[in-house]
Design a protein around this ligand. Structure first.
Ligand code: PBG
Length: 333
């Protein structure tokens, strides 16, 4: 009987469990996304994402002052949520000095220089058809990769000029990291880092985001450029190639159906790994908890801990503010 292993003795009470816990969430692991719209004095709720809003730049400044100082969240990911172009071009907001994202970066850096500002680099928020790339023609939907990465690098450069810390290319175009790195370096922005959406799957969990960023597509789907969810070896190849092209951080997206990918990437590569806990993963818990089917806080702590346990160093999540309050309440976690 002496040799009988009893696991319960280290689970006896809360403080003992805390002492031996292997994974701890910290607010400094988190990045909070924001959707930025045109106009002034705007804070518009997004129906499919309860608790999440689109902010105009002036309102976003107030909001981030609050999240930075009162919630202790230091890193933010910006998306433009703007009117689309009406042709096969993109809205000039994408790379103009006065685009909503560029203005937000400039103005927030001015008031909170220590904030870590990350900006998403893609076409879908700016292009009339909602796709992340240009096509050679709209019948064949053959991707115009080179034209797309040219414009992506132009967008990244405009963010760098505004003072961004990290650019995050999410279009899943071949060679996008290399092209962006070249253009940044040529313009003396060696210090701007690249967080690449390396393994971004064609997922059903982006639905609510498309309402938030006004980026739903008019035809086709994203399966010819985003990854097939049946594959994981391919994710390792995508990550490897982004690292070779100059990525500083690699991202897996979404998170919950892809914990094995996070785990494999973390085991295989010695580079910071980010996981994007996407809009659909947020909204489904919100919907279930609003009906009383589960407890939001307990479920979310379990989910976020699972993502970290799988190997994510950085977690991008719409729950960052709630999490900050939950973690402060030490007797509750
Ligand atoms: C755009 C982009 C998407 C998301 C982040 N960047 C949507 C898409 O690829 O369709 C999704 C984020 C979320 O669902 O929270 N390239």
């Amino acid at each position: 009987m002496d040799s009988f292993k009893r696991f319960h003795r280290l689970r006896k009470n809360k403080n003992l469990r805390e002492l031996v816990s292997e994974t701890r969430l910290s607010i400094s692991d988190f990045v909070l996304p924001y959707f930025i719209c045109e106009g002034e004095n705007k804070k518009i709720p997004i129906d499919s994402m309860p608790g999440i809003f689109r902010f105009s730049v002036d309102k976003l400044k107030e909001e981030i002052k609050n999240t930075f100082y009162d919630y202790g969240i230091k890193a933010y990911l910006f998306f433009g949520a703007v009117e689309k172009s009406d042709s096969n071009n993109i809205n000039q907001n994408a790379f103009s000095e006065n685009g909503v994202v560029q203005r937000a970066i400039r103005e927030i850096k001015k008031i909170i220089p220590d904030s870590v500002l990350i900006a998403d680099v893609c076409l879908c928020n700016y292009k009339y058809d909602g796709h992340c790339c240009f096509f050679k023609n709209n019948e064949s939907l053959e991707i115009d990769n080179d034209r797309t990465i040219d414009v992506l690098s132009k967008i990244a450069l405009s963010y760098a000029k505004a003072g961004v810390d990290i650019v995050a290319p999410s279009a899943m175009m071949d060679g996008q990291v290399k092209k962006i790195r070249e253009v940044l370096n040529k313009n003396n922005f060696q210090n701007v880092a690249i967080m690449s959406y390396s393994a971004k799957y064609a997922s059903n969990f982006y639905g609510p985001f498309r309402e938030a960023a006004n980026s739903g597509f008019k035809f086709g789907d994203r399966k010819s450029y985003q990854m097939d969810y049946r594959n994981s070896n391919e994710a390792l190849r995508e990550v490897e190639s982004d690292i070779k092209e100059g990525a500083d951080i690699v991202m897996i997206k979404p998170a919950l159906s892809y914990l094995d990918i996070i785990y494999r990437v973390k085991q295989e590569f010695n580079i910071p790994v980010a996981a994007y806990n996407v809009s659909g993963e947020y909204s489904m818990i919100k919907a279930a908890s609003s009906k009383g089917y589960l407890d939001e806080k307990e479920a979310v702590l379990e989910i976020l801990t699972g993502i970290k346990r799988a190997g994510a160093d950085i977690i991008i999540s719409y729950w960052a503010k709630d999490l900050s309050k939950w973690l402060e309440d030490k007797n509750n976690v």
